[in-house]
Design a protein around this ligand. Structure first.
Ligand SMILES: Nc1ncnc2c1ncn2[C@@H]1O[C@H](COP(=O)(O)OP(=O)(O)OP(=O)(O)O)[C@@H](O)[C@H]1O
Ligand SMILES: [Mg+2]
Length: 269
């Protein structure tokens, strides 16, 4: 059996893709992880917590439609619906609600991917506390870094953790209190440019300092590529590249697909 497959009765691994900053690449990354794992033979479920935009749900609808139109078999995850609860609900009710959603696929899939919204709400906070892996994509700029830490504008030094980092810390405590488990927090640098060497170095230095202070691993993510913007309507990922280009692969596509593979290894699901 593939070592990444879980036995049918095992509790699935849970990846939450989260960052309060909008547009950092959460849904794009979640789709790529889902399809990579499906293509490795792992059964995957997705929970779309961003019901306002519903990006990942729409994406997999587009995928189904594309597969039908082109008579293709494209692996897709099981989508799990979750009702939003008001921010007035207490934490126990929220936890039970998320737990029930996960239970519906427990024993049926090896991995659950939760795509969190780019804003703060109680159910998203609660979902973070269920993560085995919390993956936080971050655009490679100080604007995005600001949700993790206040950085001194003159020295470039980290002054203190910001609101999202504090929220993650609280969810780590909640998780430990609930079942003694821990959250492996992985910060992924997204939309890496090829030209901004100076900015890259500064962001990397700040993240390296911060990673030991607030407890995350830093991984290199995806380069800035136009293709990520184009794939949405077809519901395809770079891992479906053979279907996209009908076997006629450009070097840039192969490089992009390798980047996703390297990312998957670094996350170590
Ligand atoms: N590596 C990349 N290169 C180019 N474009 C990218 C890359 N990653 C994401 N994008 C684009 O950035 C935009 C935001 O991406 P995405 O929707 O995945 O972010 P998000 O964090 O889920 O946003 P939200 O917070 O609104 O849910 C999309 O147009 C997407 O195609
Ligand atoms: Mg999104």
């Amino acid at each position: 059996m593939n070592s990444k497959q879980n036995p049918a009765n095992a509790t699935p691994r849970i990846i939450v893709v989260g960052n309060e900053k909008g547009g950092s690449g959460k849904s794009t990354t979640a789709m790529h992880i889902a399809v990579s794992m499906l293509r490795d033979g792992v059964r995957v479920a997705c929970i779309d917590l961003d019901q306002r935009q519903g990006t990942i749900s729409r994406y997999f609808e587009n995928r189904e439609a594309y597969a039908m139109r082109n008579s293709l078999e494209l692996p897709s995850p099981k989508m799990v619906k979750i009702e939003q609860l008001g921010d007035g609900e207490n934490d126990d009710v929220i936890d039970k609600h998320i737990h029930q959603a996960i239970e519906t696929v427990s024993g049926k899939v090896g991995l659950v991917i939760i795509d969190a919204p780019g804003s703060d709400n109680k159910i998203s906070r609660g979902a973070h506390s269920f993560a085995d892996i919390l993956l936080t994509p971050l655009n490679d700029s100080f604007i995005d870094l600001d949700v993790l830490a206040r950085v001194n504008s003159e020295t470039g030094k980290v002054e203190r953790p910001s609101h999202y980092a504090e929220m993650v810390w609280k969810q780590k405590l909640r998780r430990a209190a609930r079942d003694g488990g821990s959250i492996d927090w992985v910060v992924m640098r997204n939309r890496l440019g090829h030209t901004e060497a100076q900015n890259k170095k500064k962001v990397e230095a700040a993240l390296t300092e911060l990673s030991s202070r607030i407890g995350f691993r830093q991984v290199m993510g995806l380069s800035e590529r136009v293709i990520f913007r184009e794939l949405f309507l077809q519901g395809l990922t770079l891992m479906d590249i053979v279907e996209i280009k009908k076997g006629n692969l450009a070097i840039s596509h192969i490089a992009a697909r390798n980047e996703v593979r390297t990312l998957m290894e670094a996350i170590n699901v």
